[in-house]
Design a binder for this molecule. Structure first.
Ligand SMILES: Nc1ncnc2c1ncn2[C@@H]1O[C@H](COP(=O)(O)OP(=O)(O)O)[C@@H](O)[C@H]1O
Ligand SMILES: [Mg+2]
Length: 283
């Protein structure tokens, strides 16, 4: 066996086969590369999504397929002149998308400030934050998705000595993942244990300067309710403040979130409901 190592191509080894015919011309051997096939690329993408714990329901979410002109799409005409002034569903969606996309594009610059997306159900909060996770994942950052209620349940289950995963086993990735999404924070009953647990997670990530993205259906109290025009269907955008995020998380955790996140409020219709109703001719 002859081994020749080209000094200029340091690690490239050219090996002539042992059984080459004597006297046959020994031209430059053909170099071949392994090219990943499409199926292994797809497998890798699925594995990455699974590692990041992104649920199947949200696998499709990216910035490109996030619509910001729902009013126009539904009414097939622009919002009437007078109504377009101030906050509209479309301007609210567009500004939320700009902020979340900006966060993902600039990361790790500005990573000390995460995002808290607040707004009624179905306005695309999870869609936008998953889009950010997927973009960051594509650039090689470590990201993970946690549903708030499931996280608390997993932690509770881990206290059982027979549970296969210890409390630290559940908690460690939550505390250490580079960019974490906690979806639907405040969704479960605010017991003292739940508040202490989420307080501990957020404090640790804040102290370690790790970026946290959060979504919630609960809003802050306000004295100036934004005037939002109804949708073409006549559906009013429901803004519920009977229970606020402070009621669900306590003042201490809400203050921590103020420090560690930029707040983004989205006032838009429930996307699936509007389009389903429109497709069933109810608009
Ligand atoms: N503006 C939008 N453009 C495209 N799809 C959207 C938009 N808003 C919501 N969706 C889709 O509607 C569904 C509900 O959105 P989701 O992000 O779960 O809402 P939220 O988290 O605010 O309750 C998801 O399948 C999402 O992809
Ligand atoms: Mg959601």
């Amino acid at each position: 066996m002859i081994e020749r190592v080209d000094a200029n191509q340091k690690a490239e080894r050219v090996i002539q086969r042992k059984d080459a015919t004597p006297g046959a011309s020994v031209g430059p051997p053909k170099l071949t590369w392994a090219v990943p096939c499409d199926c292994s690329q797809a497998d890798r993408a699925i594995r990455s999504l699974a590692r990041a714990r992104i649920p199947r329901r949200y696998e499709h979410c990216d910035f490109e397929n996030f619509e910001t002109d729902v009013w126009r799409l539904l009414s097939k005409q622009p919002l009437a002149e007078g109504k377009a002034k101030g906050r509209t569903p479309d301007s609210s969606l567009a500004s939320a998308k700009t902020i979340v996309q900006g966060f993902a594009r600039e990361y790790p610059a500005g990573s000390e400030t995460g995002l808290l997306l607040m707004g009624p159900c179905g306005v695309g909060k999870t869609h936008l934050t998953v889009a950010a996770l997927r973009e960051l994942m594509g650039r090689g950052h470590e990201v993970r998705f946690y549903d708030y209620r499931e996280l608390l349940k997993d932690l509770q289950a881990s206290y059982d000595p027979d549970h296969p995963i210890s409390e630290m086993g559940v908690l460690e990735p939550v505390l250490k993942t580079e960019v974490l999404l906690i979806d639907d924070i405040g969704a479960s009953k605010p017991s003292q244990w739940a508040l202490d647990t989420i307080g501990h997670i957020l404090n640790k990530r804040y102290n370690d300067k790790l970026a946290t993205l959060l979504t919630t259906n609960y809003l802050d109290p306000t004295e100036n309710e934004p005037a939002i025009p109804p949708m073409p269907s006549g559906q009013k955008i429901t803004v519920m403040r009977e229970e606020t995020l402070i009621d669900r998380l306590g003042q201490r955790v809400r203050s921590r979130l103020h420090e560690m996140c930029r707040t983004v409020e989205i006032f838009a219709p429930d996307y699936r409901r509007e389009f389903r109703d429109a497709s069933q001719g109810r608009s």
